[in-house]
Design a protein around this ligand. Structure first.
Ligand code: G
Ligand code: G
Ligand code: MN
Ligand code: NA
Length: 254
């Protein structure tokens, strides 16, 4: 449990940083939102990915403090970008079940001065499994506050379609596994198209994740109902400094 012992004091030591991956609007042909992705700069191991420490943070209860820190950092950094660009923050199942996400969101918006409409909260299907009622009221409160709520990794869980019916998502992020093997007219493509049309018809913004090739982009664009794309084809996640330079290429004189 060496990593666990190092994790407890990491927040106080300022070892976390937020990287950002931009998401592109096909209609506007421009980046419109960036997904905040937390990293841990471990003094000896170097940059540790969230898959290695988020589960531990959930287990030891650190996720609430860490989640609040990510939210406030992402809002503060987004407030430095052009005002047409928003930020999307992942919120884990444990935060959703036992935390005070609404208070954290409100606090992060207030201290950063960021307009609520520029913030999106991403929830994976696994965060929703047990209590759809409670989740529904929390999502409605967030929407009521003007914040977007996205269903992340859509299609990888067990009750994907019933969530679309029961919960007030503003956006659906179709998991990158649906792009695997998709080619004009094949079954993978028809499934991707069906999910995208369904989500679009329900009034949600449709995003496809994991776009890596120009061929995949062409397929997605040909459908006409997918509004946003995210993937290594456009950009890897970047540090806060780098994303700010990319989004505001002309630095005003200081
Ligand atoms: O950036 P990377 O591919 O390593 O991210 C892996 C996973 O970690 C993603 O599924 C993402 O949702 C999750 N993740 C990244 N940042 C955060 C965060 O701030 N909070 C939570 N709960 N999960 C995050
Ligand atoms: O929250 P979510 O599980 O969607 O996390 C997004 C993760 O997906 C990040 O860790 C990011 O690094 C990763 N990712 C983003 N674009 C691509 C891509 O084009 N290909 C692959 N394999 N992973 C990607
Ligand atoms: Mn996500
Ligand atoms: Na995802």
């Amino acid at each position: 449990r060496e990593l666990e012992d190092d994790l407890r004091p990491a927040l106080g030591r300022g070892e976390f940083e937020v990287h950002y991956q931009p998401i592109r609007s096909l209609r506007e042909d421009a980046f419109v939102v960036c997904e905040a992705l937390v990293r841990w700069r471990h003094p000896r191991r170097g940059l540790v990915p969230p898959s290695d420490f988020i589960p531990i943070a959930e287990e030891i209860g650190l996720i609430h403090e860490l989640g609040a820190w990510v939210l406030s950092t992402a809002c503060r950094e987004c407030a430095l970008w052009p005002s047409n660009i928003g930020v999307a923050v992942n919120v884990s199942a444990v935060q959703f079940r036992h935390g005070d996400v609404l208070a954290q969101v409100t606090q992060a918006l207030r201290t950063s001065g960021l307009a609520a409409a520029r913030l999106e909260v991403e929830v994976t299907e696994s965060a929703l499994v047990d209590d759809v009622q409670a989740t529904g009221s929390l999502l409605r409160l967030l929407r009521g506050a003007g914040v977007g709520v996205s269903l992340d990794d859509f299609g990888t869980g067990y009750s994907s379609l019933s969530y679309l019916r029961a919960l007030p998502f503003s956006k659906v992020k179709i998991d990158r596994s649906f792009l695997d093997g998709a080619e004009v007219g094949n079954r993978a493509m028809l499934l991707l198209e069906g999910i995208a049309r369904l989500s679009d018809a329900l009034g949600m913004t449709v995003v496809v994740e994991g776009v890596e090739t120009p061929e995949q982009l062409k397929l997605i664009a040909s459908l006409g109902c997918i509004e946003q794309v995210q993937g290594f084809l456009f950009s890897r996640p970047m540090t806060a400094d780098l994303i700010q330079a990319v989004l505001s290429p002309i630095t005003p004189a200081k």
